[in-house]
Design a protein around this ligand. Sequence first.
Ligand code: SF4
Length: 560
Amino acid sequence: MVNLSDSGFTPEQSSYLSGFVSGILQGRELPFLGQDGERRFTHEPEQSVHGTPIDDLCKEERIKHEQHGLDCYDAILANAASGEFPKDGDVFRYKFHGLFFVSPAQESLMLRCRIAGGALSSQQFRGLAVVAEKWGPGHVDLTTRANVQVREIMPENAPDVLMTLSEIGLTSQGSGADNIRNITATPTTGFDPDELIDVMPYARAMHHYILKNRDLYGLPRKFNISYDSGGSVSVCADTNDIGFYAVKVGENEQGLKPGVYFRMQLCGITGHQQFATDCGVLLTPAETVSVAAALIRVFIENGDRTNRKRARLKYLVDDWGFEKTLEETQKKLAFPLRYFPLESCEPSAPKAKQGYLGIHQQNDGKHYIGVLTPVGRISVPQMLALADVADEFGCGEIRLTVWQNLIIPGIPEEKLQAAITAIQATGLDHRNNTITGGLIACTGSRGCKYAAADTKGNAVELGAHLASKMILDQPVNIHLTGCHHSCAQHYIGDIGMMGTRVKEEDGSTVDGYNIVLGGGVDDQQAIAREVWKSVRADEIGPFVEQLLCAYLARREESES
Ligand code: SF4
């Protein structure tokens, strides 16, 4: 019961109100939506979830069936009032609001935002700095979905964090659990001279469509969508469940109007060593949201809800094939899917590895500066200073990349030097170091319970070691991931490392890595293959140095 005794209400009023508030906090008085979209005021349990009997549901599905994740806001408020962390099923439901209880790695909550296309205004960037300063650890982490995470949030501050996020025009809704994750887009889109189309309007449209359609929450498993503008900067769209790739279609035998369209690639899931592949469908830009929504609804109705390991889109498509998957998608669309041969589309520009860093000319003659933020960690003073740079010298915008770095666009030639000086004054740098420019790491053991190693700490040490020993004329991407969930996508790194525990002679274990080599994305697409197992974390510096020296000594001309 909520205590209102000090509120100035009469005892009768207080008793009535506290009962009412408690009723809300326990979710008793609130209507909820059934699977059929009907609002109900009493709980009438359904006997199955999209055809899967309740008894067969896996643990997470039962939690979702018990209460929709988006309906746990009352629990967030109640726990804030009592200063408690979520328990039982609410630990999972909190993720529907982007709040992760990360115990035992840290006794606190982590906030994961949702930032369409990784595009932020300078004001939003400042707002995130305020969240990190007031309720977090004084820094944020940029993620591999061009997103921002803030750690060390206490339960009593969670409502303030969510409200502040909303007030600065951002949200965290659906950024975790079985939902559609942050929509990514080529980070230079809109000003990239090589691109075919500005994809930001479509990434934003997708973002808002998801936010406004409650039936698109509570999928069988998480789901990723990305837009590639056809330019030279990668967004790793082929690692997504749906990757939309802009292509040009010229005069053709099929009689299709020449123009820019999107190829739809499906089922990228590199943690399972699979890239997205072209499904034969060609879409106009305006069709992409409807088709993605239809396909997701097919997945919602037919995906596996009994076994988490087989719950991603890939497994439904493995069972059905593209043909049946697209036939079922077609049934939910008001227009026919357009099948068009891939060979009849013009090839896109090759990707420039680490092309998001440094100074580049935009399509309007201005410049963007890509800033290297080592393993994505950036302090509040740095954030505030970069927001000032964006306002003073740029167009007031900041773009996040999926490589845990950021871009400040819209800088006229005459302001470039002043902008660079201001960036360097923050301790960050725009100059591309070919080794650290593509060095990314997941959260690791300092903040994630699944991690077998301190990925961020090890990555920073590795970068410092290599930078002090060598200069590479070719960019190398190094990805450190703490466990098989592969948040840092180790299989697409030139050098990928997955955390493991390495046994010592006395039976104890230390941090270490299994090392894979030869990964890449887009036109350099390759799944890296495992070459070494159980390399101790404190040996990876000299180990990778030796590896790169061998590469320099034995490579063929311009071999990557
Ligand atoms: Fe945690 Fe594993 Fe993801 Fe790293 S890869 S953040 S250890 S779940």
